[in-house]
Design a protein around this ligand. Structure first.
Ligand code: ARG
Length: 589
């Protein structure tokens, strides 16, 4: 169904046309003076310039046409020519009943679905996930769910980092510890053992050791790079060992992401394009896009009007190894050819802006990306500690994601105790509620910020049941659920929504009516903070309504059924919007 502002815009446009002006001037927005009116149209002002007339005169003509429309309770002219509009309560109720009857609360899906790949998460094989990967997972999951809900044909891909030097480092480290393994014998012809020589716990110890050595010992670093190049060029023993490292690492990552309620359709990675790289580079060389520069093979992507220097994209280093940009370019090719991608969204850290700029330019320039393909880097800022610096452990190290999640879970349990939430529940359910509360705290705190900005991680504040927090939203949704349950126990069911009986109720209903517009804005900008802001306002207004209109004590049956209808619609909107933020509401708490 059309949103309320869309419906009103149609009506006001018609009034502009009937008064002899272009329809475009009839666009409606929410009023910025809600004390005066619900909606406003400012089109008379720009129209006045174009038609060389007084804006109030134009406004007056339009107002006169609108006054006969029976959906308006009030239409008036204000200031230099603003048209103020307020709909009747009856019309508002009618709109609410339409929303309530619709499974998607009135949100239409797009008329032309696109094949969209959301590249997010971006964990690296062999390295533990750290807090830097958290925002990529949280924001990406939300953007993916929003695109899915809007009806696009979406694939979420974790795009693992599994083809870089860390692989050479880990292989080298294993080689030094267990040189007798067949993977390192160049004359061995297979088959290689099916069982992995290392476990996930081993890996968690091996990688940091290797990385430390890599940074301090140039000979070690050179050997690791050499192994990486040989791995990439297909040395069988390294490939076989790589597969083990990959598999145990991915099994661990799947558990971590599951715990965060983040789910990928594809578990692809840099290595999945290994077969495309040689043919791609050959073709680009033939076509003259790839040229030699200081022993490396590069694509020049600078443009005349560049304000700052744009380094070329390096496809192949002089040692034969390929880089991050090479795999990203080949991945675009794969997504276009095999996945039929029409739009690719990369939800990755802002520090990679130049990298994506290079890759996108190279992709369009070389034709790897058709001009019709959308490539967007939906970047995000850094998660800082309270000291304003990138979030670290107390000892100053990078915090592992597992440790962070454990901290959040603890904080949730503590806040639940303080607020007497889930107190009398069995332990298993209490822990489950704490999971949901902790994740809501973590995700909402992230998503409520405009993603391009840095944000400060403050667990005490995020886990509170009061204020702009995930736990507050869950608490309010669960309250609505419990009202409906208590009513049902007395055989009281939600019914037709009547015109609002109080100002608090009217405000809430008007907010419901904004759902489609807010979601549309979020979808178009890929900025979940708009939706996050809306959900918070929704919860606040519901609580105000709940305190004003005593639903369960109401004696008029029709009024009571109507309020239960409002409560049910509220819960439906909360379920939809929180789901789109990646947050799940507990049954009770
Ligand atoms: N693995 C990368 C990292 O940890 C992120 C990958 C992002 N996606 C991409 N297509 N480059 O920084």
């Amino acid at each position: 169904m059309q949103s309320l502002t869309q419906k009103l815009t149609d009506i006001v446009r018609e009034a502009f046309v009937q008064s002899g002006y272009e329809a475009e001037y009839g666009t409606i927005a929410l009023s910025n003076r809600p004390d005066l009116a619900q909606f406003q149209c400012n089109g008379a002002l720009p129209a006045a310039k174009v038609y060389g007339r007084n804006p109030r005169e134009i406004g007056q003509q339009v107002v006169e046409k609108l006054q006969s429309a029976d959906i308006f309770a009030d239409v008036s002219l204000a200031g230099p020519g603003f048209i103020n509009l307020t709909v009747t309560d009856a019309y508002l109720a009618e709109f609410m009943n339409e929303m309530a009857a619709d499974e998607r609360a009135g949100i239409e899906s797009v008329s032309q679905p696109r094949r969209v790949v959301v590249d997010y998460g971006g964990a690296n094989v062999a390295k533990p996930m750290h807090v830097g990967h958290l925002r990529a997972g949280i924001i990406g999951e939300s953007i993916k769910r929003i695109f899915q809900f809007m009806g696009d044909d979406v694939l979420g891909d974790v795009h693992l980092g599994d083809w870089g030097t860390q692989m050479g480092q880990v292989i080298l480290e294993i080689k030094q510890r267990q040189p007798e393994l067949p993977y390192f014998d160049a004359n061995y012809t297979g088959p290689y053992p099916e069982e992995s020589p290392i476990t996930l716990a081993d890996l968690e110890e091996i990688y940091p050791a290797a990385s430390k050595q890599y940074k301090s010992d140039p000979a070690y670093a050179e050997a690791a790079r050499q192994i990486t190049a040989e791995l990439q060029n297909g040395r069988p023993g390294y490939r076989a060992l790589w597969q083990h490292i990959h598999d145990i690492s991915v099994a661990g990552l799947k558990v971590d992401y599951d715990n965060l309620d983040i789910h990928f359709d594809l578990w692809m990675g840099e290595s999945d394009v290994q077969n495309r790289i040689d043919p791609m580079i050959e073709k680009l060389e033939e076509e003259g896009y790839a040229v030699r520069s200081e022993g490396a093979l590069v694509v020049d992507i600078s443009e005349e009007d560049d304000k700052k220097e744009m380094p070329p994209l390096i496809l192949r280093k002089s040692d034969g190894g390929v880089l991050y940009g090479t795999t990203d370019l080949a991945t675009i090719d794969q997504r276009v050819q095999e996945l039929k991608a029409e739009l690719i969204l990369y939800v990755v850290d802002h520090r990679q802006r130049q990298h994506f700029e290079q890759v996108f330019r190279a992709a369009y320039k070389t034709g790897v990306a058709p001009q019709s393909l959308g490539l967007e880097h939906n970047y995000f800022g850094t998660m800082n500690g309270k000291d304003g610096k990138p979030f670290k452990t107390r000892e100053g190290g990078v915090m592992k994601l597992k440790d962070l999640i454990a901290l959040v879970h603890e904080a949730a349990l503590q806040r639940m105790d303080e607020s007497h939430v889930a107190e009398e529940f069995e332990e298993a359910e209490r822990q489950e509620v704490a999971n949901r509360v902790g994740l809501a705290a973590l995700k909402y705190a992230d998503l409520m910020n405009q993603r391009t900005k840095d944000y400060t991680f403050d667990l005490d504040r995020f886990a509170s049941f009061e204020g702009r927090t995930g736990p507050y939203l869950l608490y309010t949704a669960v309250r609505a659920h419990s009202i409906l349950r208590k009513a049902a126990e007395q055989s009281l069911l939600p019914g037709e929504i009547l015109p609002p009986a109080a100002e608090a109720e009217r405000t809430l209903l008007l907010l419901f009516a904004q759902l489609t517009d807010v979601l549309q804005q979020t979808y178009e900008t890929r900025m979940p903070n708009h939706l996050a802001e809306y959900v918070y306002n929704l919860a606040n207004e519901f609580n105000r309504f709940y305190n004003t209109c005593h639903i369960l004590r109401e004696e008029d049956a029709a009024q009571q059924a109507s309020w239960l209808g409002v409560t049910q619609l509220f819960l439906k909107i909360m379920e939809i919007t929180l789901h789109l933020l990646g947050i799940t509401i507990p049954e009770r708490m």
